[in-house]
Design a binder for this molecule. Sequence first.
Ligand code: 56B
Length: 372
Amino acid sequence: MISNPVLESAEFIHNHSKHVTIPDDGIVHGAAKIFEAMKKTHYDTSKWKEHPLNPKECNASTVDWIFLVDLLNFSFWSEIDIDDTGVPHPDRYRVTFHDVGYTGYWSMVAAINRALEEGIPITTPAFFASEEHLPDKEIERIFRSDTKEQVPLLQDRIRVIREAGRVLVEKFDGRFANVIAQADRSALKLVELVTSNFTSFKDEAEFCGRKVQIFKRAQILVADIWACFQNESYGEFKDIDEITMFADYRVPQALYHFHCLQYSPDLLAILDRGEMLPNGSPLEVEIRGNSIWAVELIRKRILELIKKEQEDVQEKAEKEGEAGEEERKPKMMTVNAILIDFFIWDFAKAAQLDLTLGQRPVKVHRTRSVFY
Ligand SMILES: Nc1nc2c(c(CN[C@H]3C=C[C@H](O)[C@@H]3O)cn2[C@@H]2O[C@H](COP(=O)(O)O)[C@@H](O)[C@H]2O)c(=O)[nH]1
Protein backbone atom coordinates (compact mmCIF):
# COMPACT_ATOMS: atom_id res chain seq x y z
CA MET A 1 0.00 0.00 0.00
CA ILE A 2 1.55 3.31 -1.07
CA SER A 3 1.27 5.96 1.65
CA ASN A 4 -0.16 9.35 0.73
CA PRO A 5 2.65 11.93 1.08
CA VAL A 6 0.23 14.84 0.53
CA LEU A 7 -2.03 13.97 3.48
CA GLU A 8 0.98 13.43 5.76
CA SER A 9 2.42 16.78 4.60
CA ALA A 10 -0.90 18.58 5.19
CA GLU A 11 -1.11 17.29 8.77
CA PHE A 12 2.52 18.30 9.41
CA ILE A 13 1.89 21.80 8.00
CA HIS A 14 -1.27 22.13 10.09
CA ASN A 15 0.57 21.13 13.26
CA HIS A 16 3.35 23.68 12.60
CA SER A 17 1.28 26.64 11.37
CA LYS A 18 1.29 30.08 13.02
CA HIS A 19 -0.92 32.21 10.75
CA VAL A 20 -3.56 29.73 9.61
CA THR A 21 -5.77 27.64 11.92
CA ILE A 22 -8.83 25.40 11.49
CA PRO A 23 -11.73 26.25 13.88
CA ASP A 24 -13.45 23.04 15.13
CA ASP A 25 -16.91 24.70 15.14
CA GLY A 26 -16.24 25.94 11.60
CA ILE A 27 -15.63 22.36 10.42
CA VAL A 28 -18.81 21.09 12.14
CA HIS A 29 -21.02 23.81 10.62
CA GLY A 30 -19.20 23.90 7.27
CA ALA A 31 -19.41 20.12 6.81
CA ALA A 32 -23.15 20.15 7.59
CA LYS A 33 -23.79 22.98 5.10
CA ILE A 34 -21.66 21.38 2.37
CA PHE A 35 -23.23 17.94 2.96
CA GLU A 36 -26.79 19.34 2.74
CA ALA A 37 -25.96 21.26 -0.45
CA MET A 38 -24.23 18.23 -2.05
CA LYS A 39 -27.27 16.07 -1.28
CA LYS A 40 -29.67 18.65 -2.67
CA THR A 41 -27.72 18.96 -5.95
CA HIS A 42 -26.98 15.18 -6.09
CA TYR A 43 -23.34 16.24 -6.52
CA ASP A 44 -21.47 13.34 -8.15
CA THR A 45 -19.08 12.56 -11.00
CA SER A 46 -21.83 13.04 -13.59
CA LYS A 47 -21.52 16.81 -12.95
CA TRP A 48 -18.09 16.79 -14.66
CA LYS A 49 -19.54 16.44 -18.19
CA GLU A 50 -22.15 19.15 -17.52
CA HIS A 51 -19.59 21.97 -17.81
CA PRO A 52 -20.14 23.39 -21.35
CA LEU A 53 -16.39 23.28 -22.09
CA ASN A 54 -15.78 19.75 -20.76
CA PRO A 55 -15.83 16.91 -23.33
CA LYS A 56 -19.05 14.93 -23.65
CA GLU A 57 -17.30 11.92 -25.26
CA CYS A 58 -14.96 9.91 -23.01
CA ASN A 59 -12.31 8.04 -25.03
CA ALA A 60 -8.52 7.96 -25.60
CA SER A 61 -8.44 11.47 -27.08
CA THR A 62 -10.33 12.75 -24.01
CA VAL A 63 -7.44 11.45 -21.90
CA ASP A 64 -5.06 13.61 -23.99
CA TRP A 65 -7.44 16.58 -23.64
CA ILE A 66 -7.54 16.23 -19.83
CA PHE A 67 -3.75 15.85 -19.65
CA LEU A 68 -3.14 19.11 -21.55
CA VAL A 69 -5.82 21.00 -19.59
CA ASP A 70 -4.38 19.94 -16.24
CA LEU A 71 -0.81 20.51 -17.46
CA LEU A 72 -1.84 24.16 -17.98
CA ASN A 73 -4.26 24.41 -15.05
CA PHE A 74 -2.41 27.15 -13.16
CA SER A 75 -2.26 30.85 -12.28
CA PHE A 76 -5.17 32.66 -13.89
CA TRP A 77 -5.57 35.51 -11.40
CA SER A 78 -5.29 38.90 -13.12
CA GLU A 79 -2.96 41.85 -12.37
CA ILE A 80 -5.70 44.12 -13.79
CA ASP A 81 -8.82 42.65 -12.13
CA ILE A 82 -7.66 43.31 -8.55
CA ASP A 83 -11.20 43.29 -7.10
CA ASP A 84 -11.73 39.76 -8.51
CA THR A 85 -15.45 39.89 -7.69
CA GLY A 86 -16.42 37.41 -10.39
CA VAL A 87 -17.74 40.25 -12.55
CA PRO A 88 -14.65 40.33 -14.80
CA HIS A 89 -12.81 43.63 -15.34
CA PRO A 90 -13.28 44.38 -19.11
CA ASP A 91 -9.49 44.46 -19.67
CA ARG A 92 -8.61 41.19 -17.93
CA TYR A 93 -7.42 38.21 -20.04
CA ARG A 94 -10.46 36.75 -21.81
CA VAL A 95 -11.06 34.10 -24.50
CA THR A 96 -14.33 33.99 -26.45
CA PHE A 97 -15.54 30.59 -27.62
CA HIS A 98 -18.95 29.92 -29.21
CA ASP A 99 -19.86 33.58 -28.45
CA VAL A 100 -19.17 33.23 -24.70
CA GLY A 101 -16.31 35.18 -23.06
CA TYR A 102 -14.36 33.09 -20.52
CA THR A 103 -11.92 34.33 -17.87
CA GLY A 104 -9.90 32.49 -15.19
CA TYR A 105 -9.48 28.72 -15.45
CA TRP A 106 -12.14 28.41 -18.14
CA SER A 107 -10.30 30.87 -20.44
CA MET A 108 -7.47 28.36 -20.85
CA VAL A 109 -9.95 25.53 -21.58
CA ALA A 110 -11.76 27.75 -24.10
CA ALA A 111 -8.45 28.51 -25.88
CA ILE A 112 -7.68 24.79 -26.19
CA ASN A 113 -11.18 24.00 -27.53
CA ARG A 114 -10.91 26.95 -29.97
CA ALA A 115 -7.59 25.60 -31.31
CA LEU A 116 -9.06 22.11 -31.77
CA GLU A 117 -11.99 23.63 -33.71
CA GLU A 118 -9.46 25.53 -35.86
CA GLY A 119 -8.03 22.09 -36.76
CA ILE A 120 -4.89 22.39 -34.61
CA PRO A 121 -4.14 18.99 -32.93
CA ILE A 122 -2.99 20.82 -29.79
CA THR A 123 -3.74 17.88 -27.46
CA THR A 124 -1.49 15.45 -29.39
CA PRO A 125 1.80 15.09 -27.45
CA ALA A 126 3.99 14.41 -30.54
CA PHE A 127 2.57 17.66 -31.99
CA PHE A 128 2.95 19.93 -28.94
CA ALA A 129 6.43 18.52 -28.22
CA SER A 130 7.70 19.77 -31.58
CA GLU A 131 8.82 23.40 -32.11
CA GLU A 132 8.93 22.59 -35.82
CA HIS A 133 5.24 21.51 -36.02
CA LEU A 134 4.11 23.96 -33.32
CA PRO A 135 6.35 27.06 -33.07
CA ASP A 136 6.24 29.18 -29.88
CA LYS A 137 4.53 31.95 -31.90
CA GLU A 138 1.69 29.53 -32.71
CA ILE A 139 1.22 28.65 -29.02
CA GLU A 140 1.05 32.39 -28.35
CA ARG A 141 -1.66 32.71 -31.03
CA ILE A 142 -3.61 29.77 -29.57
CA PHE A 143 -3.79 31.53 -26.17
CA ARG A 144 -4.49 34.96 -27.70
CA SER A 145 -6.74 37.25 -25.69
CA ASP A 146 -9.80 39.34 -26.61
CA THR A 147 -8.26 42.07 -24.42
CA LYS A 148 -4.93 43.82 -23.83
CA GLU A 149 -3.98 41.50 -20.93
CA GLN A 150 -2.06 38.42 -22.09
CA VAL A 151 -2.48 34.96 -20.53
CA PRO A 152 -0.41 34.90 -17.30
CA LEU A 153 2.97 33.04 -17.43
CA LEU A 154 2.83 32.45 -21.22
CA GLN A 155 6.56 31.58 -21.45
CA ASP A 156 6.18 29.08 -18.57
CA ARG A 157 3.19 27.53 -20.35
CA ILE A 158 5.29 27.08 -23.50
CA ARG A 159 8.12 25.59 -21.42
CA VAL A 160 5.90 23.05 -19.57
CA ILE A 161 4.17 22.10 -22.85
CA ARG A 162 7.53 21.28 -24.47
CA GLU A 163 8.81 19.35 -21.42
CA ALA A 164 5.63 17.28 -21.06
CA GLY A 165 5.43 16.56 -24.80
CA ARG A 166 9.04 15.44 -24.91
CA VAL A 167 8.67 13.12 -21.87
CA LEU A 168 5.48 11.56 -23.28
CA VAL A 169 7.12 10.95 -26.69
CA GLU A 170 10.44 9.66 -25.29
CA LYS A 171 9.14 7.55 -22.38
CA PHE A 172 5.47 6.75 -22.99
CA ASP A 173 5.17 6.34 -26.77
CA GLY A 174 3.43 9.73 -27.07
CA ARG A 175 0.27 8.86 -25.08
CA PHE A 176 -0.72 9.69 -21.50
CA ALA A 177 -2.93 6.56 -21.61
CA ASN A 178 0.36 4.61 -21.35
CA VAL A 179 1.20 6.37 -18.08
CA ILE A 180 -2.23 5.42 -16.73
CA ALA A 181 -1.60 1.80 -17.78
CA GLN A 182 1.65 1.74 -15.76
CA ALA A 183 -0.25 2.87 -12.66
CA ASP A 184 -2.23 -0.36 -12.68
CA ARG A 185 -5.49 1.32 -11.44
CA SER A 186 -3.80 3.01 -8.47
CA ALA A 187 -4.49 6.75 -8.17
CA LEU A 188 -1.54 7.20 -5.78
CA LYS A 189 0.77 5.31 -8.15
CA LEU A 190 -0.37 7.54 -11.03
CA VAL A 191 0.29 10.69 -8.95
CA GLU A 192 3.76 9.29 -8.17
CA LEU A 193 4.43 8.50 -11.88
CA VAL A 194 3.32 12.01 -12.93
CA THR A 195 5.27 13.92 -10.26
CA SER A 196 8.44 11.87 -10.82
CA ASN A 197 8.40 12.11 -14.65
CA PHE A 198 7.14 15.67 -15.24
CA THR A 199 8.92 18.38 -13.22
CA SER A 200 6.10 20.94 -13.73
CA PHE A 201 3.81 18.67 -11.65
CA LYS A 202 6.33 18.28 -8.80
CA ASP A 203 4.55 20.73 -6.51
CA GLU A 204 6.42 20.58 -3.18
CA ALA A 205 8.17 22.94 -0.74
CA GLU A 206 10.54 23.16 2.25
CA PHE A 207 8.56 23.89 5.44
CA CYS A 208 9.82 23.87 9.07
CA GLY A 209 12.88 21.89 8.05
CA ARG A 210 11.26 19.16 5.92
CA LYS A 211 10.01 18.61 2.40
CA VAL A 212 6.22 18.78 2.04
CA GLN A 213 4.28 17.52 -0.98
CA ILE A 214 1.18 19.39 -2.26
CA PHE A 215 0.94 17.89 -5.79
CA LYS A 216 -2.13 19.93 -6.74
CA ARG A 217 -2.07 19.50 -10.56
CA ALA A 218 -1.01 15.83 -10.43
CA GLN A 219 -3.95 15.03 -8.16
CA ILE A 220 -6.54 17.06 -10.11
CA LEU A 221 -5.30 15.35 -13.30
CA VAL A 222 -6.11 11.95 -11.77
CA ALA A 223 -9.40 13.32 -10.36
CA ASP A 224 -10.56 14.75 -13.72
CA ILE A 225 -9.85 11.40 -15.43
CA TRP A 226 -11.73 9.53 -12.66
CA ALA A 227 -14.70 11.97 -12.86
CA CYS A 228 -14.86 12.01 -16.67
CA PHE A 229 -14.76 8.19 -17.00
CA GLN A 230 -16.85 7.71 -13.82
CA ASN A 231 -14.47 5.14 -12.33
CA GLU A 232 -14.46 3.02 -15.51
CA SER A 233 -11.96 2.35 -18.30
CA TYR A 234 -9.06 4.85 -18.08
CA GLY A 235 -10.74 6.34 -15.00
CA GLU A 236 -10.99 3.18 -12.91
CA PHE A 237 -8.97 3.51 -9.66
CA LYS A 238 -9.19 1.22 -6.63
CA ASP A 239 -7.76 3.85 -4.22
CA ILE A 240 -9.36 7.07 -5.56
CA ASP A 241 -10.48 8.09 -2.04
CA GLU A 242 -6.79 8.60 -1.15
CA ILE A 243 -6.65 11.70 -3.39
CA THR A 244 -6.85 14.96 -1.40
CA MET A 245 -8.32 18.38 -2.10
CA PHE A 246 -6.41 20.42 -4.73
CA ALA A 247 -4.57 23.32 -3.07
CA ASP A 248 -5.25 26.15 -5.50
CA TYR A 249 -6.03 29.82 -4.65
CA ARG A 250 -9.83 29.70 -5.05
CA VAL A 251 -10.93 26.91 -2.62
CA PRO A 252 -9.01 28.39 0.37
CA GLN A 253 -11.05 31.58 -0.16
CA ALA A 254 -14.28 29.55 0.07
CA LEU A 255 -13.02 27.60 3.12
CA TYR A 256 -12.39 30.94 4.84
CA HIS A 257 -15.97 31.97 3.90
CA PHE A 258 -17.27 28.75 5.52
CA HIS A 259 -15.19 29.55 8.64
CA CYS A 260 -13.22 26.34 8.06
CA LEU A 261 -9.99 28.37 7.91
CA GLN A 262 -8.97 31.23 10.21
CA TYR A 263 -6.20 33.69 9.25
CA SER A 264 -4.02 35.85 11.54
CA PRO A 265 -4.51 39.65 11.33
CA ASP A 266 -1.08 39.94 9.65
CA LEU A 267 -2.02 37.43 6.95
CA LEU A 268 -5.42 39.08 6.40
CA ALA A 269 -3.67 42.44 5.93
CA ILE A 270 -1.29 40.93 3.34
CA LEU A 271 -4.20 39.39 1.41
CA ASP A 272 -6.19 42.62 1.62
CA ARG A 273 -3.25 44.61 0.20
CA GLY A 274 -2.99 42.09 -2.65
CA GLU A 275 0.64 41.50 -1.73
CA MET A 276 2.37 38.69 -3.65
CA LEU A 277 3.17 35.54 -1.64
CA PRO A 278 6.16 33.71 -3.18
CA ASN A 279 5.52 30.04 -4.06
CA GLY A 280 6.98 27.93 -1.23
CA SER A 281 6.98 30.78 1.32
CA PRO A 282 5.79 29.84 4.86
CA LEU A 283 2.50 31.81 4.65
CA GLU A 284 1.65 30.34 1.22
CA VAL A 285 2.45 26.80 2.43
CA GLU A 286 0.32 27.34 5.55
CA ILE A 287 -2.69 28.41 3.43
CA ARG A 288 -2.31 25.43 1.04
CA GLY A 289 -1.51 22.77 3.66
CA ASN A 290 -4.34 23.82 6.00
CA SER A 291 -6.79 23.88 3.06
CA ILE A 292 -5.97 20.22 2.37
CA TRP A 293 -6.25 19.35 6.06
CA ALA A 294 -9.54 21.27 6.49
CA VAL A 295 -11.14 19.35 3.59
CA GLU A 296 -9.88 16.11 5.15
CA LEU A 297 -11.65 17.06 8.41
CA ILE A 298 -14.79 18.05 6.47
CA ARG A 299 -14.68 14.69 4.64
CA LYS A 300 -14.45 12.75 7.92
CA ARG A 301 -17.30 14.81 9.41
CA ILE A 302 -19.54 14.19 6.37
CA LEU A 303 -18.88 10.43 6.57
CA GLU A 304 -20.04 10.58 10.22
CA LEU A 305 -23.21 12.43 9.11
CA ILE A 306 -23.88 9.79 6.43
CA LYS A 307 -23.42 6.99 8.99
CA LYS A 308 -25.78 8.74 11.45
CA GLU A 309 -28.38 9.22 8.70
CA GLN A 310 -28.20 5.52 7.79
CA GLU A 311 -28.65 4.49 11.41
CA ASP A 312 -31.74 6.75 11.73
CA VAL A 313 -33.26 5.28 8.55
CA GLN A 314 -32.48 1.76 9.77
CA GLU A 315 -34.06 2.45 13.18
CA LYS A 316 -37.19 4.02 11.65
CA ALA A 317 -37.64 1.13 9.22
CA GLU A 318 -37.24 -1.46 12.01
CA LYS A 319 -39.82 0.43 14.13
CA GLU A 320 -42.33 0.53 11.28
CA GLY A 321 -41.38 -3.00 10.37
CA GLU A 322 -42.83 -2.98 6.89
CA ALA A 323 -39.74 -1.85 4.90
CA GLY A 324 -37.88 -4.80 3.35
CA GLU A 325 -34.04 -5.19 3.45
CA GLU A 326 -33.64 -3.25 0.15
CA GLU A 327 -35.75 -0.18 1.09
CA ARG A 328 -33.94 0.03 4.41
CA LYS A 329 -30.57 0.49 2.68
CA PRO A 330 -30.48 4.27 1.92
CA LYS A 331 -28.84 5.29 -1.36
CA MET A 332 -25.13 5.39 -0.41
CA MET A 333 -23.74 8.71 -1.55
CA THR A 334 -20.07 8.71 -2.62
CA VAL A 335 -18.24 11.41 -0.77
CA ASN A 336 -14.48 11.89 -1.04
CA ALA A 337 -12.10 14.83 -1.02
CA ILE A 338 -12.37 15.15 -4.81
CA LEU A 339 -16.14 15.66 -4.87
CA ILE A 340 -16.00 17.97 -1.84
CA ASP A 341 -13.30 19.99 -3.60
CA PHE A 342 -15.13 20.12 -6.95
CA PHE A 343 -18.31 21.16 -5.10
CA ILE A 344 -16.54 23.92 -3.12
CA TRP A 345 -14.75 25.17 -6.25
CA ASP A 346 -17.98 25.33 -8.27
CA PHE A 347 -19.66 27.04 -5.27
CA ALA A 348 -16.77 29.56 -5.02
CA LYS A 349 -17.13 30.49 -8.69
CA ALA A 350 -20.90 30.91 -8.37
CA ALA A 351 -20.61 32.91 -5.12
CA GLN A 352 -17.40 34.82 -5.93
CA LEU A 353 -19.00 38.24 -5.34
CA ASP A 354 -20.06 37.21 -1.83
CA LEU A 355 -16.67 35.69 -1.03
CA THR A 356 -14.84 38.90 -1.95
CA LEU A 357 -17.38 41.49 -0.67
CA GLY A 358 -19.73 39.60 1.69
CA GLN A 359 -19.73 39.31 5.51
CA ARG A 360 -16.37 37.51 5.72
CA PRO A 361 -14.61 39.08 2.71
CA VAL A 362 -11.16 37.75 1.84
CA LYS A 363 -9.16 37.98 -1.38
CA VAL A 364 -7.43 35.00 -2.96
CA HIS A 365 -3.73 34.82 -2.16
CA ARG A 366 -1.60 36.02 -5.06
CA THR A 367 1.20 33.60 -5.96
CA ARG A 368 2.56 33.24 -9.49
CA SER A 369 3.46 29.59 -10.02
CA VAL A 370 3.15 26.79 -12.56
CA PHE A 371 1.97 24.53 -9.72
CA TYR A 372 -1.58 25.95 -9.32
N1 56B B 1 -9.20 23.09 -5.99
C1 56B B 1 -9.56 23.24 -7.27
N2 56B B 1 -8.90 24.14 -8.03
C2 56B B 1 -9.31 24.29 -9.32
C3 56B B 1 -10.35 23.55 -9.90
C4 56B B 1 -10.46 23.99 -11.25
C5 56B B 1 -11.40 23.56 -12.30
N3 56B B 1 -11.94 22.24 -12.09
C6 56B B 1 -13.28 22.05 -12.52
C7 56B B 1 -13.27 21.72 -13.95
C8 56B B 1 -13.81 20.49 -14.14
C9 56B B 1 -14.37 19.97 -12.92
O1 56B B 1 -15.76 20.06 -13.01
C10 56B B 1 -13.90 20.88 -11.82
O2 56B B 1 -14.99 21.36 -11.08
C11 56B B 1 -9.49 24.97 -11.43
N4 56B B 1 -8.83 25.12 -10.27
C12 56B B 1 -7.83 26.11 -9.89
O3 56B B 1 -8.57 27.30 -9.56
C13 56B B 1 -7.79 28.45 -9.90
C14 56B B 1 -8.55 29.18 -10.99
O4 56B B 1 -9.58 29.92 -10.38
P1 56B B 1 -10.21 31.18 -11.21
O5 56B B 1 -9.03 32.16 -11.47
O6 56B B 1 -11.26 31.73 -10.27
O7 56B B 1 -10.76 30.60 -12.50
C15 56B B 1 -6.46 27.94 -10.42
O8 56B B 1 -5.56 27.79 -9.33
C16 56B B 1 -6.85 26.56 -10.94
O9 56B B 1 -5.73 25.68 -10.96
C17 56B B 1 -11.03 22.60 -9.07
O10 56B B 1 -11.98 21.90 -9.45
N5 56B B 1 -10.60 22.49 -7.77
